[in-house]
Design a protein around this ligand. Sequence first.
Ligand code: SAH
Length: 273
Amino acid sequence: MSAAPPRPRKFPLRLDRVEGGAAGSTARSLLRPQRPVAHAHVDAGRDVPPSGLGLDSVGVRRRMAERLRTDGIADARVLDAVAGVPRHLFVDAALVGQAYEDTSLPIGHGQTISKPSVVARMLELLFGGAQARRTGHLGRVLEIGSGCGYQAALLARLGSQVVSIERLHALHDKAREHLRGLRVDNVRLVYGDGMLGHAPNAPYDSIVAAAGGTELPAPWLEQLAIGGRLVSPVQEPDGRRQVLVVVDRHEDGYERTLREAVRFVPLKSGRDR
Ligand code: SAH
């Protein structure tokens, strides 16, 4: 995506406001429920977010990263990326008060913005791939399921070039608007069926899926570079649980490891409006 002039947003971007003082103390109270639920409807009708929440403060994001670290995410690069991306700009106005809680949130069209701890875990797993260990970054990345673009914004900081595919046009548009607002210029958003991967930019050093099916689509494995790593949710053979699967591609084949249980939206074939 090339850098385009910023479009007018619903509210002004005020990133990285200095921590401390009144803004800092507001931020400190933010990780607890911020406002009565009844206020959400009022807030949703406003042109600007409710004032005094301090959501633009870098302190709020650092605090979320710190909680992820306490909960077991050890990779400083991942935590820095989480601290750098304003998640509240990826959710609807009525939900901004929950943007820095460790929870998935609806983004419309029956889809969700993924839970920060799960996103962070998957990014951390990606850094365990041979190529990423050697270079210290995720290299060329393929993401399946852009949604509102949050994880793509994190990947943009951790990889060199990112291709992110979304099958729902409305969300593809939403992701584009969000990433443009943040001037992210190394993510290529593709509207299409991610089950086919994206051959024109293959092979990829890192592949990450935000939706899970019963098995991994063959094009993902074909488009994974040697030394690359894929992380995706997949249904266990008995169909009862979804777990993360990690696939490493070596010179002589693929190595597959099953990890913790997760809950992602289903991987669907084809495109839709
Ligand atoms: N990456 C997002 C998560 C979005 S939820 C985040 O940062 O929060 C998963 C997304 O996968 C949904 O938007 C859904 O529409 C999309 N999806 C499901 N199947 C897909 C497919 N075959 N190709 C592309 N996107 C798909």
